[in-house]
Ligand binder design. Structure first.
Ligand SMILES: Cc1cc2nc3c(=O)[nH]c(=O)nc-3n(C[C@H](O)[C@H](O)[C@H](O)COP(=O)(O)O)c2cc1C
Length: 390
């Protein structure tokens, strides 16, 4: 079983992640992890923070001579911005200089302040911040590497920002979508993780206008996989259901507020006979002509790609301010602005890709073993032979 925990504050010394359950003999390099860390930092509409940080994975344990040993993997990512904050975020005794007293609607400040009995809400926001996802990206990148050993790919990308959406990705394979995204990015000279050039131009205009207004945007991301073997996850116990585990992972990402698998909420528009993916058999293979289930039935992969969409709310630190209350004086005030993203949907898409990779890798290892990559490959080969005969 893969388990992981993260620690660290947004402007503290750095972020740490400990990942347990990674099999031995998997090749992982610092450069490989740094690649995905830099992908997380990209995206049109991000704030100045990303210019300060250049995330850099320091491998602390679990990897030797470029390969995992089977021991827990621990990685540290230093916050470069800490240099500017070390008098504010410190563990030594003292009183905070400038308390953060005005909770931002939409952020964790208000509920967190009351829950943990904190009047300096910095003690809440530092940990609630999505900077934490840098640590999760490391865990996700390692899990993506496991999956790649079995030719399984996962891609998270954007299909909507601020209401401008595309369906030009419909029925395309991961490779085709990646190539469309690359084409768009080379034309706009920026990172959107979005596969439609005409709409991308509109999105960029919208982001620029919203920035000028001092406001923020959200959007919708989509995650798809290549075809998966049948039978990852299980219906036999609630906590083994792959769709449920993926949903939890997605909703655990900061600002994600909803998820749909396959036809999702549109299921309600159809009769059962119109929407369920009928099963066919030809030349020794079962197959479907549609994938409205989004690749999961009964909490298990059904052999089709997993397809899900998820909504990301607009960033809650709004430059023009929102009404709130100073928790010390109880006066009605507008929120103060603290350096922040205007739109983080492209980065959110990458993070969604990563947490989905973790859940799929977990279900994969649950089925084929946890210890040694070579042995897992043997088990997988035998399973594919068995499926052919079924
Ligand atoms: C990639 C990413 C970047 C984010 N950047 C910011 C930010 O700069 N400012 C902000 O107020 N919220 C940002 N958020 C959202 C907050 O972290 C989030 O709204 C907050 O922690 C409260 O959690 P909730 O929205 O899940 O309820 C970001 C979210 C993601 C996924």
């Amino acid at each position: 079983m893969i388990r992981y925990l993260t620690a660290g504050e947004s402007h503290g010394k750095g972020l740490s992640v400990i990942i347990d359950g990674i099999p031995s003999n998997l090749e992982i390099s610092k450069e490989y992890l740094d690649f995905y860390l830099s992908e997380r930092q990209k995206g049109y509409g991000r704030g100045k923070r990303q210019q300060i940080e250049k995330d850099d994975a320091e491998i602390i344990s679990g990897i030797r001579y470029g390969k995992t040993t089977g021991a827990p993997v621990c990685v540290f990512i230093k916050n470069k911005d800490y240099e500017n904050w070390k008098d504010i975020i410190k563990s030594e005794k003292g009183e905070p200089e400038n308390e953060f007293n005005i909770p931002r609607p939409g952020h964790a400040d208000f509920a967190g302040g009351i829950k943990y009995n904190q009047y300096d809400l910095r003690n809440i926001l530092e940990r609630a911040s999505a900077r934490e996802t840098a640590a999760r990206v490391v865990a996700g990148a390692i899990c993506k590497k496991i999956l790649s050993e079995f030719d399984i790919d996962v891609l998270g990308y954007v299909i909507n920002i601020g209401g401008i959406s595309t369906d030009s990705d419909k029925n395309l394979t991961i490779e085709k979508i990646k190539s469309k995204i690359n084409q768009v990015e080379s034309k706009i000279n920026g990172d959107l993780r979005f596969p439609d050039f005409e709409k991308a131009k509109k999105i960029i205009n919208l982001i620029e206008n919203v920035k000028k207004e001092g406001d923020t945007l959200g959007g919708i991301v989509k995650v798809i996989t290549s075809k998966l073997p049948v039978g990852l996850g299980s219906y036999v116990q609630w906590d083994k259901k792959l769709d449920a585990n993926i949903a939890k992972a997605i909703l655990s990402i900061q600002a994600f507020k909803g998820i749909e698998f396959g036809a999702g909420f549109s299921y309600s528009h159809y009769k059962g006979s119109q929407i369920h993916d009928e099963i066919y058999y030809s030349k020794g293979k079962f197959f479907r002509k549609t994938n409205n289930a989004g690749g999961i039935e009964g909490g298990m992969t059904n052999g089709e790609p997993i397809i899900l969409t998820a909504v990301v709310k607009p960033i809650s630190t709004v430059l023009k301010g929102l009404y709130s209350v100073n928790i010390r004086t109880k006066q009605k005030v507008k929120t103060k602005y603290e350096r922040s993203d205007f739109c983080a949907v492209p980065s959110a898409a990458l993070i969604a890709e990563m947490v989905v990779a973790i859940e799929i890798a977990n279900a994969f290892l649950e089925k084929f073993g946890n210890d040694d990559l070579g042995a897992i490959k043997e088990n997988y080969k035998n399973y594919l032979k068995y499926i052919k005969k079924y």
